[in-house]
Design a binder for this molecule. Structure first.
Ligand SMILES: Cc1cc2nc3c(=O)[nH]c(=O)nc-3n(C[C@H](O)[C@H](O)[C@H](O)COP(=O)(O)O)c2cc1C
Length: 181
């Protein structure tokens, strides 16, 4: 598959079948995330895979929005991965403070997209989740209180007839400027 085709194919999948995901596939997605670049190669992440059904259901329940308005689909996903943010190298932390940049957050985002693109390549669906009760999820997964979980990612097979949506994005000319803002 052409790389841009793969990017077009990845979408936020909000419907999953009960089909279990092969461990090798999950591991290849994690490997893609592990190989992501990061500021000063700090690799400020730990990926916690949640596939034990009882625990996964509890985590999923903590992602659902008020009045069940969104993230209702999360319990269907057979796997949820928590992207735990770790402290970066001292040089990255100092650099980030001087330059007012949140390098570890950028790093987590890149790793998350690596994960999702590999999942697409494997024929799996994903959805990044930024809305969840972080304190509750940390407690369920035994993540120390002072660490953060910027993102969760759902992973699973989508139904055969699940629609591939056309991407809604700013027009190219609006998003891209050459040489001057
Ligand atoms: C940081 C981040 C947080 C997100 N949080 C959620 C979420 O909590 N629930 C959800 O359904 N989608 C979530 N999304 C998915 C976005 O809504 C989606 O990426 C965007 O609408 C573009 O659609 P596409 O991913 O299908 O191309 C999140 C995406 C990102 C990058």
């Amino acid at each position: 598959m052409d790389f841009l085709d793969l990017i077009q194919k990845r979408q936020s999948d909000r419907k999953y079948t009960g089909r279990p995901v092969e461990k090798e596939k999950i591991e290849r997605c994690l490997e893609a995330a592990r190989l992501a670049p990061s500021a000063s190669n700090s690799q400020p992440w730990t990926f916690v895979v949640v596939d034990e059904p009882g625990l996964k259901a509890k985590v999923a329940a903590k992602t659902i929005g008020p009045l069940k308005t969104f993230n209702n689909f999360v319990p269907q996903a057979p796997v949820i991965v928590a992207m735990v943010m770790e402290k970066p190298k001292v040089i990255t932390e100092v650099g980030g403070r001087i330059k007012k940049k949140e390098y570890p957050l950028m790093d987590i985002g890149i790793a998350a997209e690596h994960f999702c693109l590999q999942a697409t390549e494997e024929g799996l669906g994903t959805c990044m989740l930024g809305w969840f009760d972080e304190r509750a999820v940390k407690s369920l997964l035994n993540v120390p209180e002072k660490k953060t979980i910027p993102l969760l990612i759902t992973l699973g097979y989508t139904p055969e007839d699940y629609k591939h949506r056309k991407k809604i994005r700013k027009p190219f000319e609006k998003a891209v400027k050459w040489n001057s803002y």
